[in-house]
Design a binder for this molecule. Structure first.
Ligand code: BJW
Ligand code: ZN
Length: 260
């Protein structure tokens, strides 16, 4: 049989129908989102493609504690640029669909994303596994930093910038993200584990499935009886282990899961 264009679109329609069916039957859904969830809001992913962050910037120079100790102005300038990009972005139809779905059924969002686009679409996020860009705190004493940041034009490229000073100890204020080699926030990790263990459907959206320990959550869910549904235009490290792989993007796919 030839693999014609009409067969492909028939296949996609069948997958969409199966995904809708899985949602209808589910009693406890956990969404595990990654950077691909925010891609159609104009936020760069970390891996894949010429525009991805790690193809343009070196994670060892920017996303580790050692990098901060070596050159905090380089690291802070890059994060200040990313904070401005996120602030200028808007949630897309997929973010809104997840918020709407949660009004129809028990649905919890666990995200690796450091932006707040789920929240701005109306979702309550159960766990930010890798923290949040804007949850600023002092690198030295840990105190939260809530003062507004000086203006930064999101169209400007990243540039070296001295981090704000901590009001308590005068130390350097850092972004609230989890760098490589740092532990995930304990509570966020515990509630995420509990949620996926209790879920009967885990919807994995837009993650490469390469970063541990978050990448282990779908397999944990499956060992505890959950069905795994993945939305990603490219196959990921998780695809071989899911029950249903929907090769599409988040913004058009997620609204199709809403009940008619
Ligand atoms: C679309 C789409 C569209 C495109 N629609 N989809 C075991 C084995 C090997 C290594 C390790 C291990 N355990 C720990 C490690 C080390 C490390 C790790 O995993 N490294 C691997 C990379 C090899 N892990 C850690 O260091 C973690 N810490 C830890 O384990 O600590 C142990 C410890 C315990 C006790 C005490 C002390 C320590 C921490 C990991 C922190 C990750 N941090 C980052 C940066 C956050 C800060 C920042 O923002 O700068 O988090 S890395 C980056 O990757 C970011 C992301 O959250 C994370 C995951 O990326 P994600 O979301 O999957 O995005 P991408 O870009 O990879 O993929 C995008 C996907 O979307 C693609 O598949 C596209 O196809 C798809 N897509 N458009 C839907 N429209
Ligand atoms: Zn301090």
């Amino acid at each position: 049989m030839s693999f014609s264009r009409s067969n492909l679109s028939d296949d996609l329609a069948a997958i969409a129908a199966a995904a809708r069916d899985a949602m209808l039957r589910a009693r406890h859904v956990v969404v595990l989102s990654g950077a691909g969830m925010s891609a159609q809001s104009g936020i760069a992913t970390f891996r894949g493609g010429d525009d991805s962050l790690w193809s343009r910037f070196d994670p060892q120079q920017l996303a580790t504690e050692q990098a901060w100790r070596r050159d905090a102005a380089l690291v802070w300038g890059w994060y200040r640029w990313r904070i401005a990009r996120v602030a200028a972005a808007q949630p897309h139809a997929g973010h809104h669909a997840l918020a709407a779905l949660a009004t129809h059924m028990p649905l919890q969002v666990v995200t690796q994303n450091v932006d707040d686009l789920h929240e701005r679409a109306g979702s309550e996020v159960l766990a930010h596994l890798h923290g949040r860009l804007d949850a600023l705190r002092c690198f030295d004493c840990g105190r939260a930093h809530a003062d507004p940041l000086p203006h930064y034009d999101p169209a400007d490229p990243p540039q070296r910038l001295a981090p704000p000073a901590c009001a308590q100890c005068g130390g350097q204020v850092r972004p609230g993200v989890v760098w490589f080699g740092e532990a995930l926030p304990e509570t966020a990790w515990q509630v995420a584990v509990q949620a996926v263990v209790a879920a009967d459907l885990v919807l994995v959206v837009g993650t490469s499935g390469l970063v541990q320990p978050a990448a282990g959550l779908p397999a944990l869910a499956r060992r505890n009886g959950a069905t795994l549904l993945e939305i990603n235009p490219e196959r990921s490290a998780l695809t071989a282990g899911v029950d249903l792989y929907w090769p599409t993007t988040a913004a058009p796919a997620l609204p199709q899961l809403l009940p008619a």
